[in-house]
Design a protein around this ligand. Structure first.
Ligand SMILES: Nc1ncnc2c1ncn2[C@@H]1O[C@H](COP(=O)(O)OP(=O)(O)O)[C@@H](O)[C@H]1O
Ligand SMILES: [Mg+2]
Length: 267
């Protein structure tokens, strides 16, 4: 059964979408069947694959609100092992539309249930808030990967996220774990990046991934070409960084899954 990982941090601009797109693409490039679900109304993960969210027939909105099956919203990508469930701007209203529903925090979890068998990893790109969409994602997930931008006030607001994770664990998903913290937009030329990295390590210890994502202009350019960086510029630093993160994630989980046939088959 595939592992479901939320990419979450309620701060905007910390690298959630860049990490979702490029981690998912790297896992797929390493031949792990992967599904990327975009639940941010801004639909940046969707457009990052060259998918025009306005013209998609069925998006995650229909899955959450109209009981459309997740399978019906799955789109193929250029990468053979990667599929995407697109978002749509209509999702802005979804949190309010969901309020009336019974078990409104569990809608995504139920929608994902059957698809889980077809993938090794399901990556969910969360919106920059801790509202019902993010709660749905955390409830549906085995773990949460937190991107932290190497900037001033990097740790600010993380207390709120950790508190939300705690509440979800208590009431909705006792199994939810912290997969790890990924340092993003690391600038090798500045002392600030180093200081932030040290501070994050003091706080999160070995939860911090060794693979650090440096600042790389190719990562920022790739979405406007509708491609993950690995297809836009495979030898760029951004491409190497996200492949390293994917490898580390796979290694960390190989221990966990060593008895599972899905992971045993692959070296
Ligand atoms: N490692 C990086 N190097 C350069 N630019 C980056 C990097 N990571 C993200 N960006 C850019 O920073 C901005 C915010 O990143 P994004 O992934 O959209 O954050 P979020 O989804 O958390 O709002 C985007 O313009 C993105 O292209
Ligand atoms: Mg985003």
């Amino acid at each position: 059964m595939g592992k479901v990982i939320s990419i979450a941090n309620q701060k905007g601009g910390v690298g959630k979408t860049t990490t979702s797109i490029n981690l998912a693409a790297s896992l797929a490039a390493l031949e792990h069947p992967t599904l990327l679900i975009d639940i941010d109304p801004q639909s940046n993960s969707t457009s990052g694959f060259g998918i025009e969210s306005q013209s998609v027939d069925k998006s995650v909105y229909e899955v959450l609100i109209d009981d459309v099956s997740l399978e019906d919203a799955i789109l193929k990508t250029e990468l053979p092992y990667l599929d995407v469930v697109p978002s749509h701007i209509n999702l802005v209203g979804a949190e309010i539309e969901m309020i009336e529903r019974a078990s409104r925090e569990q809608i995504l979890k139920k929608a994902i249930a059957t698809a889980r068998n077809q993938y090794d990893f399901i990556i969910i790109d969360c919106p920059p808030s801790l509202g019902l969409l993010t709660i749905n994602s955390l409830t549906a997930s085995d773990s949460v990967l937190i991107p932290v931008q190497c900037e001033y006030f990097a740790l600010e607001g993380l207390g709120q996220l950790l508190n939300t994770i705690k509440i979800v664990r208590q009431h909705l998903n006792t199994e939810l774990e912290i997969e790890g913290v990924a340092l993003t937009m690391y600038d090798t030329r500045t002392r600030l990046s180093n200081q932030v990295a040290e501070e994050v390590q003091r706080y999160f210890g070995d939860k911090v991934f060794d693979a650090v994502i440096t600042r790389n202009v190719r990562l920022a350019e790739a979405p406007s070409f509708g491609k993950p960086v690995i297809l836009y510029d495979s030898i760029s630093m951004g491409s190497k960084n996200y492949l390293a993160l994917a490898r580390e994630l796979i290694m960390r989980n190989r221990e966990l899954y060593k008895n599972s046939s899905v992971f045993a088959q692959k070296s």
